[in-house]
Design a protein around this ligand. Structure first.
Ligand SMILES: CC(C)(COP(=O)(O)OP(=O)(O)OC[C@H]1O[C@@H](n2cnc3c(N)ncnc32)[C@H](O)[C@@H]1OP(=O)(O)O)[C@@H](O)C(=O)NCCC(=O)NCCS
Length: 276
């Protein structure tokens, strides 16, 4: 294997526009008087239907426009859409309604030409939004496109955490993500589960990804699992039980196949493990 650190890329020609736009959103988020639903709606309208941005209300009522256009315009306002967690019995509506406009902005931005796979701008915008959605968000949070949450407000995120594209962070029962953890493409982290007898019988349990953990692509971590410090869950694995610090667990159900060579002595005491 070769060490391949990320390349530095020169600023885009539109960098000053991006900086100004992000500054505008940051200022609105910092202002307690901001109505987040209107911030979400106006931002999305300016991106997707700029011709209606100055008079969104009239456009929604305009019988001269196709019904689908009026409906699509109305859906830019988070009060006109429902998100799945709103149907959950234990949803704390006061908390959820506060974060919902920002979740809707996040998800919808990711589906525009401005967002999508536009890495630099997307990472910066999500870094602005995250501290206003999560219970806690540390420094340098980095999320790529199409990440989804349940409540959002039950996430406790440390410093230097990276979440790659198409990750599901189901924080229904709470997720704690430690410093320097990385969650790779298409991984699923759950914190709720259903009874095998009655679907409505739900158990919520906090799932923990400790400092330095790596959940690799397409892996799933089930509710209540504690992934230990610097542990790794291999590609497509399903972690049904705790993962010991520095261990590499693979397969379904995920089992330890080795301990990282940099593990301290006490991480080695597992018989199924093949230290390098
Ligand atoms: C977890 C992983 C790093 C293990 O790599 P490794 O330490 O080199 O382990 P090995 O390849 O020697 O595999 C050890 C055993 O586990 C098996 N194994 C490895 N990865 C597996 C996986 N994801 N699922 C099922 N079995 C796996 C191997 O077949 C081997 O079995 P064997 O002893 O019967 O032959 C690697 O397989 C993996 O899943 N990588 C994901 C890609 C990645 O690195 N992502 C980084 C984040 S983006």
């Amino acid at each position: 294997m070769a060490l391949l650190p990320l390349r530095k890329i020169a600023d885009r020609p539109n960098s000053s526009l991006a900086t100004a736009w992000l500054g505008q959103i940051a200022a609105a988020l910092a202002d307690d008087a901001t109505d987040r639903a209107i911030l979400c709606r106006e931002t999305l309208c300016e991106i997707t239907y700029p011709e209606y941005a100055t008079d969104w209300e009239s456009a929604v009522e305009d019988r001269g426009l196709p019904l689908a256009t009026r409906l699509a315009l109305s859906a830019l306002d988070p009060r006109n859409v429902t998100l799945e967690p709103e149907y959950y019995a234990e949803c704390d509506d006061t908390r959820f309604q506060k974060v919902k406009p920002l979740l809707w902005l996040w998800y919808s931005f990711d589906r525009t030409a401005l967002g999508g796979q536009n890495v630099e701008l997307g990472v910066q915008l999500r870094r602005l939004l995250a501290p206003h959605i999560f219970k806690r968000c540390g420094e340098n949070f980095k999320a790529f496109h199409h990440v989804e949450f349940s409540f959002g407000y039950n996430l406790d995120v440390g410093d230097n955490v990276v979440v790659h594209r198409h990750v599901l962070l189901d924080d229904r029962g709470g997720i704690v993500i430690g410093d320097g953890a990385s969650i790779a493409d298409y991984a699923n982290i759950y914190s709720h589960t259903h009874s095998i007898v009655d679907q409505k019988d739900v158990t919520n349990a906090v799932t923990t990804l400790s400092d330095g953990t790596r959940i690799t692509y397409h892996a799933t971590v089930l509710a209540g699992v504690h992934v230990g410090e610097n542990a790794m869950v291999g590609a497509v694995a399903v972690a049904t039980k705790d993962v010991r610090p520095y261990h590499v667990n693979v397969g379904i159900p995920a089992k330890s196949v080795r301990v990282k060579p940099n593990a301290p002595q006490d991480a080695l005491h597992v018989t199924t493990v093949k230290p390098r």
